[in-house]
Design a protein around this ligand. Structure first.
Ligand SMILES: Nc1nc2c(c(=O)[nH]1)N[C@H]1C(S)=C(S)[C@@H](COP(=O)(O)OP(=O)(O)OC[C@H]3O[C@@H](n4cnc5c(N)ncnc54)[C@H](O)[C@@H]3O)O[C@H]1N2
Ligand code: MOO
Length: 411
């Protein structure tokens, strides 16, 4: 372990990918319980969808060539031979000069290649007047147009959203193998930190905000959170409590004591918990520079800076990908919005800054207003809806520049 040799944000993300592996057990879940779990198997399409030719509209099945040359002023005439009932096969096939009524989703007779919409024709006692020519294939959903038998439907590592569950349902797959969701354990450190229930903290004491913000973020992501309480600045006690908690959870978070002060024991304790140990201590980032990232016998450990806004920024940026990796999910988060920045943001080159911003809309354009303030201020987060990144090589962002905002979850 190297002492406080800062890594860039990019290097940190690369190290996370290298160091953190899927460790969570694979479990079976019914589709009803599988939302947001990460798939642990490849799934192939075993049935075409649709597996019969289906009409996309309410109309008449015809041969397209029978409609060629027809128009409002010069309708074509076809004989209506019957009607297709929903969920049933057509009563008979179709010949030239014939038409058959088919509702949306109904099966198209084999000899028909297209459907004229009801609005483009008129059924006069079995004589269909067609006022519009159509092209072969029009309004027909072909076999396998949605999902083709034999092709891959979903790959291992896909997070199951409503649409993936729908695709699985189309195949009659009612149970899937997924990675169990992580259980996150958390300890606040610091002689000055007192439980939030404390009615009147003594002068110099502060209520445990980080336990609340970090716990709520974990729960927002759908994972289990265990707050194991507050540990005073006592290295042995912290080591004992961290070790015991790490055995029960998949990922351990310590808040505070991450810096280089005389009572900042987090890094030693984290290093003692298992191999290979600390792989990041210090990131060239603002806020959150003294962040610690480690792996102990496969389990990730994060040492968060104590300042509440720093802890939230770091947790948002790095805990999310770490928790994704242990579930076998390694895609990037994509909750981004474009906006114009309303003020200049100065920044030191060589350091990546994350600025809290409030979003608002004016004359159809979105704007991001920087909420400046120290990294100890929770109020900066309360007023914000996202973070704007000022990349390391840049000296800042100019008022009016287009920026990408990483949105906080709206719940
Ligand atoms: N000489 C240096 N000092 C500091 C550096 C540095 O590079 N050199 N970095 C600064 C930066 S940046 C940060 S961030 C802080 C991080 O320090 P720690 O992680 O050691 O955090 P603490 O000292 O324990 O706490 C900082 C601050 O946050 C409050 N805190 C802690 N835990 C909680 C909690 N659960 N809820 C609410 N507030 C909490 C704590 O009372 C302190 O006020 O280090 C700088 N120093
Ligand atoms: O980098 Mo620290 O998190 O600002 O105070």
């Amino acid at each position: 372990m190297e002492f406080f040799k800062v890594k860039t944000v990019e290097e940190t993300y690369q190290l996370i990918k290298q160091q953190i592996k899927p460790i969570l057990p694979i479990v079976k879940k019914s589709l009803y319980e599988a939302l947001h779990f990460v798939l642990a198997e490849d799934i192939y399409i075993k049935e075409n969808v649709p597996n019969f030719r289906r009409s996309a509209v309410d109309g008449y099945a015809v041969k397209a060539s029978d409609t060629f040359g027809t128009s409002e002023s010069m309708p074509g005439f076809l004989t209506v031979t019957g009607e297709v009932k929903m969920g049933k096969t057509p009563p008979c096939d179709l010949s030239f000069g014939e038409a058959m009524y088919v509702p949306t989703g109904g099966m198209v007779p084999e000899a028909s290649d297209s459907i004229v919409m009801v609005e483009h024709c008129e059924d006069l006692n079995g004589l269909l007047n067609v006022f519009k020519q159509i092209a072969p294939g029009e309004n027909v959903i072909s076999i396998g147009e949605d999902l083709v038998e034999g092709e891959i439907l979903l790959t291992k590592g896909t997070r199951l959203r409503p649409q993936e569950l729908g695709a699985l349902a189309s195949q009659g797959i009612i149970e899937v193998s997924v990675y169990r969701k992580p259980v996150v354990g958390y300890i606040s450190t610091g002689d000055e930190i007192v439980p939030i229930e404390t009615v009147k903290p003594a002068l110099g004491e502060i209520r445990d905000m980080n336990g609340m913000t970090i716990g709520a973020m974990v729960m927002e992501w759908g994972y289990e959170f265990i707050h194991d309480g507050i540990v005073q600045d006592d290295e042995q006690e912290l080591a004992k409590r961290s070790k015991a908690l790490l055995e029960k959870v998949d990922c351990l978070i310590l808040s505070g004591g991450s810096s280089v002060g005389t009572k900042d024991y987090s890094v030693n304790v984290i290093e003692s918990l298992g191999k290979p140990g600390v792989f990041v201590h210090g990131i060239s980032i603002k806020p959150g520079k003294p962040t610690i990232l480690a792996v102990a016998d496969g389990k990730p450990i994060i040492g968060l800076p104590g300042h509440p806004a720093s802890a939230m920024v770091i947790f948002q940026l790095f805990a999310r990908p770490i928790l994704n990796e242990i579930q076998g999910y390694s895609q990037e988060e994509k909750q981004l919005a474009k906006a114009r920045i309303t003020k200049n943001i100065p920044s030191a080159p060589g350091r990546t800054d994350y600025i809290r911003v409030r979003l608002f809309q004016e004359l159809g354009e979105w704007y991001a207003e920087p909420i400046f303030g120290k990294s100890s201020l929770i109020s900066t987060f309360v007023k914000s809806e996202g973070l704007v990144e000022v990349p390391a090589p840049n000296e800042g962002v100019q008022k009016g520049d287009q920026v990408l905002v990483r949105l906080f979850n709206k719940g």
